[in-house]
Design a protein around this ligand. Structure first.
Ligand code: MCF
Ligand code: FE
Length: 409
């Protein structure tokens, strides 16, 4: 049993309580959170470690959407236009996949870990990242991706998906949870979706889907026109949208889905997402692919649970979640900075945990798993209301991290 004491405990509980001169006592689970003197008095046999001045203890951070298999990308893929990027992914994915060996996966996972990410959602297109995920200390929801629009290949594509899903079941543990990813409305045939979602329903698996990420996607789905039409003509002489947005969404009703991006959603779509899952905000990815900025306030008005995703290195220069949080903070310049900072910490902790179905993390509270990170700020924070903002501005790496009470950083 251990006790960590710090200047601030950011509990991320329902009241967003911040405890000054606090402590957390834990083994694999959190035993007590409170004022330093009381926690030490109540747990006399625990080993006490006093963190340095300006220390903060908070829940481990959660990245709900990444693609480890694209971690070899630095400057290969084309940014600035969603369709051009998609074409460059198709042209380069085999090479990028080959270039990401064990070391590349290890570095990507370590970058997340050092930034304090103790749990993440990974979209796996090929199953090549399974060993690396198995070996990582973090809790991972492993989304096996399915996509394909040609009805002639449905059976082959589904067989390949089933094989990958099966393989991920062999690694099933508390730390690696198999799940399903429906790539998107423009790339996945409704029949394929039904087949994959039937498995998700039967096995109670979490789902992830890219949804309404670009204006091109909106135009294609609503009117069958635009850049997507030109792009899809390469594969099909007379391409047509396979379903409309609500038909696509309806397939996820009653399931639990993380919708990635959602930057060009209509009100009724946001309403649907709020009742059937959550949204992963991948701001840097949206920016480099020249996609619109998510309207956070509109999504919150519809009671959407927003989480933070870095997306893969296929559309980001960093998997460090603090880099992402800083970018989000600066991009949404019309939202009050203190209010947004508080939101962002909630998005990256409690909301992320709920979205990934990890109900025992994301908050420092008695009985939750001891997934904890510590950060040392460069100086004193005079008012605790400033703490979320100062954390986002100054943190690059955590001082230490624990998963189920075991030291992992
Ligand atoms: O989230 C971004 C942008 N939107 C769609 N797909 C991806 C993203 N990052 C990686 N991808 C992958 C996706 O999983 O790129 C491929 C899929 O395998 C595009 S479709 C050939
Ligand atoms: Fe993605």
């Amino acid at each position: 049993m251990k006790i960590l004491t710090a200047d601030y405990i950011l509990t991320c509980d329902d009241d967003f309580s911040i405890i000054e001169d606090g402590a957390v006592c834990f083994d694999e689970k959190i035993i007590e959170v409170g004022k330093k003197d009381e926690v030490i008095k109540n747990n006399p046999y625990a080993i006490v470690k006093h963190l340095s001045p300006n220390s903060v203890i908070m829940p481990g951070l959660i990245n709900t959407h990444t693609h480890l298999e694209y971690s070899a990308n630095k400057t290969t893929l084309i940014y600035g236009d969603f369709i051009k990027w998609l074409q460059s992914v198709i042209a380069n994915r085999d090479k990028l996949k080959e270039d990401c060996g064990a070391e590349c996966y290890k570095n990507a996972i370590e970058q997340m870990l050092l930034s304090g990410v103790t749990a993440f959602g990974n979209i796996s297109s090929f199953g090549d990242d399974l060993d690396a995920c198995f070996e990582s200390p973090q809790k991972i929801v492993y989304f096996n991706e399915i996509l394909g629009s040609n009805p002639d290949f449905i059976d082959d594509v589904f067989l390949n998906f089933e094989k990958r899903l099966q393989k991920s079941y062999e690694f099933f543990s508390r730390d690696l949870i198999p799940a399903v990813s429906i790539h998107s409305i423009y790339s996945t045939h409704p029949m394929l979706m039904d087949m994959a979602l039937n498995i998700a329903k039967k096995d109670k698996l979490l789902i992830s889907a890219h949804f309404m990420e670009s204006l091109a996607e909106r135009e294609w789905i609503d009117r069958g026109e635009g850049d997507f039409y030109e792009f899809l003509k390469i594969f099909n002489q007379n391409p047509k949208p396979m379903q409309n947005a609500m038909e696509f969404l309806e397939k996820f009703r009653g399931l639990k889905t993380i919708f990635a991006h959602g930057v060009v959603c209509k009100k009724e779509e946001l309403k649907f997402i709020s009742k059937n899952g959550s949204l992963s905000h991948c701001l840097v990815s949206n920016r480099v692919l020249n996609n619109p900025l998510l309207n956070i306030e509109e999504a919150l008005k519809e009671e959407v649970s927003i989480t933070i995703g870095t997306d893969g290195l296929s559309s980001n220069n960093s998997l460090n979640i603090w880099d992402e949080l800083r970018a989000v903070l600066f991009a949404h310049s019309h939202i009050d900075v203190l209010k947004l900072s508080k939101y962002l910490i909630t998005f990256a902790t409690v909301n992320g945990a709920k979205a990934l179905g990890l109900d025992d993390v994301g908050m420092l509270k008695i009985g939750k798993s001891a997934d904890i990170i510590t950060v040392i700020l460069p100086d004193k924070v005079l008012k605790k209301e400033q703490l979320p903002l100062e954390l986002i501005l100054h943190t690059k790496e955590v001082k230490s991290g624990y998963i189920d009470g075991e030291r992992c950083v």
